[in-house]
Design a protein around this ligand. Sequence first.
Ligand SMILES: Nc1nc2c(ncn2[C@@H]2O[C@H](COP(=O)(O)OP(=O)(O)O)[C@@H](O)[C@H]2O)c(=O)[nH]1
Ligand SMILES: [Mg+2]
Length: 499
Amino acid sequence: MTGPVGPVTSRLIALCAGTRDRLRTPELRERLDGLVTRLSEPRIRVAVGGRMNAGKSTLANALLQERLAATGATETTRLVTWFRHGHQARVRVHHRDGTERVLPLAATGGVGATVGGGDAEIGHLTVETPNDALTRHTLIDTPGMDSLSKLDPDSLAALADADAVVYLMPHPGERDAEAIEAVRGWSGGLRLGAANMIGVLSRIDTLADDDDPWPTARRVADRYARELRAVLSDVVPVAGLLAETARGPDFSETDARALRALAEADRGGVVRKLRTVQRFRAWEEAPIPGDDRERLLELLGLHGIRVALELLDEGRRATPALLAGLAQRSGVAELIERIETVFVAGADRLRASAGIAALEHLGWDAADEVDRRALLALQSELDRLRLEPALRQVDLASALVDLEAGRMRLGDEDTARLRDLATGADDAHRLGLAADADPAAIAAAAAAQIPQWRRLEARPSRVLQRHVRTARELCEHMLFTGRAAAEAGASWQARTPTR
Ligand SMILES: Nc1nc2c(ncn2[C@@H]2O[C@H](COP(=O)(O)OP(=O)(O)O)[C@@H](O)[C@H]2O)c(=O)[nH]1
Ligand SMILES: [Mg+2]
């Protein structure tokens, strides 16, 4: 989200301000101030998580359309890196002792070229740069040091600081179940779930030996989505390397020429050499020199080279058309669309719900009696805020996903109502009414929906029961506020003399 903070987040900020003045312990005040600063940021924080080598930094570069994150195995890839919009391109190096160093961002090579070998004293990095993608959301790249079962403390802390997470999973084969259990394990502790977390099946070109990895990728992604539906809104397959190159600045006219030369050579021979990296490298009578082949491998991988040849066969010979084709075949557009429609558009509610979770954390270790009372009072305010339609919509977001994935069934009319409830920007739109509907009309429309949701709650499906209960509670809340507003309006009119 850019611009002003949303309405629910604003109410939360006001609650924080009221509580702050009642707190005695300076440390608690400081933490509350920290939270207010976070809630007041102009943009939502989206983190990229997953284990090391999952392709996180590569995907981050694809989203940024710039090679800013360090990829592969370098010292800098082990650091949590924040990418924020800024007018001046620079890198802040945050040391673990609280000190900070500011460096100008290297013209090429991104954070790796700027910071080079990191050292143990560095806690994390912040890259500030005038990048378009960063006007929509802040991006946090995490290292994910551990193999499969756990993430390192730095990565976990960064995920906990995010409002939404893109979680990358390369296909782990037989260790699948273990990886899935691991995600379930830590996501609950961090209050991440289907409303604020989306999965990516990454490196899909390495998934299968087939020429076209997409059928396998879709099947595996669907299975992950089913198994992880409680924590991930969906799992989208993406060929990250292809996306990074297709959207980034590195692919040159020379690279396009090398591909065209390959496309014109004897196809049978080319296809055979493209079976393995070793064969492609050791190719003696190749139509292009070894350096060019190495560069194509680095930019596109074997699969990407094959896709490029197909695109050239289709007549996409000019470089922009070729790159557009590669971007399209990477699948990244679908992920970007989800980030926009789910995360950026839902920034107010995602941020407020992350803020509430953080606030509840704050209450646990208050030793002082006065502080405890202030935080208890805050808790009851938070319980009230939680009923806010925008926050119930965080829960209903997962209902839409379950519906789409066929995990629950509703008739067309109920589906349309649920969609309105989950996505409407205000009560009128949530109830499918015109924008200028008055409180009485809102109360009436909400009241009309309640019996049907209650009827559906009697159905045997657990998934359905959970979602329709939320829908009913949301309607009850709108009925209550609509009625109260209508009565206030009526009594105000009664007290106002009419001529
Ligand atoms: N073949 C292939 N390689 C990839 C893909 N994405 C990343 N890589 C490579 O895998 C290595 C690790 O990627 P990186 O983005 O640094 O992983 P991270 O540790 O999760 O940040 C790098 O050498 C990348 O070039 C992909 O989609 N396909
Ligand atoms: Mg990385």
